[in-house]
Design a protein around this ligand. Structure first.
Ligand SMILES: Nc1ncnc2c1ncn2[C@@H]1O[C@H](COP(=O)(O)OP(=O)(O)OP(=O)(O)O)[C@@H](O)[C@H]1O
Ligand SMILES: Cc1cn([C@H]2C[C@H](O)[C@@H](COP(=O)(O)O)O2)c(=O)[nH]c1=O
Length: 222
């Protein structure tokens, strides 16, 4: 699925990382941010965010439908997808756009591609209603897809969160579908796939290599 988002044209730089639960996004991004700071990037010029935001994560309907928390009442997944799009639009208006406008580097753990991957995996790829709702979101300057075999990701999640086979992120079927959706998105949209089998240090070194090259290219365009 080719995604259509908006070009931001601001002086800031938007960097996002996606991938299945346990791919190592948060760990690698921590090291990546440390590296850009140690190369001279001012810490105060970096805005670190995650998606979905707490607006979505703490919502009772989301918690009982997706996260198996609360009273177990199920809500309509299409409606919650629309909420997922609203959550991203809200975070962009309140936090991402103001930061990019003043030249900051915005680093986000997950992005709207996670919403797409989730619904692509569930609806066999047919989600035009969701992609249309998201057309005003910014196209990131760099999109990393962290990729590792589902067995490895599941193992990491169960060690981190405790074993719970009822959770989709500890099941081979859904994790394989999510991974395939990310790979399909990456191939169609030229995202940067990085193997996250290796330790987070190695993963962040590869992120740095891509970041330096993209920064160099963007300076040539000015
Ligand atoms: N490259 C790696 N090699 C081995 N273990 C890792 C690696 N990256 C992360 N881990 C470990 O695996 C667990 C999951 O990592 P992390 O939270 O960074 O993944 P994530 O993709 O952000 O997961 P989620 O989406 O579920 O939040 C953590 O306990 C972390 O210490
Ligand atoms: C619909 C939808 C679901 N998710 C999922 C992916 C993860 O399992 C969790 C987010 O938790 P994490 O703390 O970032 O691991 O929710 C999503 O991220 N976005 C969505 O739109």
């Amino acid at each position: 699925m080719k995604v259509s988002l908006k070009k931001h044209n601001y002086p800031g730089f938007l960097i996002v990382a996606c991938g299945v639960d346990g791919a190592g996004k948060s760990s690698a991004l921590d090291k990546f941010v440390d590296s850009i700071i140690s190369e001279g990037h001012k810490e105060t010029n970096i805005v670190r965010l995650r998606q979905p935001s707490d607006w979505w994560r703490t919502d009772r309907h989301v918690r009982s439908t997706f996260l198996k928390k609360g009273d177990g009442e199920k809500f309509d997944e299409f409606a919650l997808g629309v909420f997922g799009a609203a959550d991203r639009l809200n975070q962009q208006a309140l936090l991402i756009e103001p930061a990019l406008r003043v030249g900051k580097t915005v680093v986000i753990d997950r992005y709207v591609f996670c919403l797409f991957a989730h619904y692509m995996a569930k609806s066999e790829g047919n989600i035009p209603y969701l992609t249309r709702l998201c057309e005003l979101l910014f196209w990131p300057d760099i999109t990393f897809i962290l990729d590792c075999p589902p067995e490895i990701a599941i193992n990491r999640v169960s060690k981190r969160d405790g074993s719970n086979e009822a959770m989709a992120d500890q099941q081979i079927g859904p994790t394989t579908k999510f991974r395939n959706a990310y790979i399909a998105l990456a191939h169609k949209n030229n995202f940067k796939i990085i193997s996250s089998i290796e330790n987070p240090e190695k993963v962040s070194q590869e992120m740095m290599r891509i970041y330096r090259s993209e920064m160099f290219q963007s300076k040539l365009k000015i």
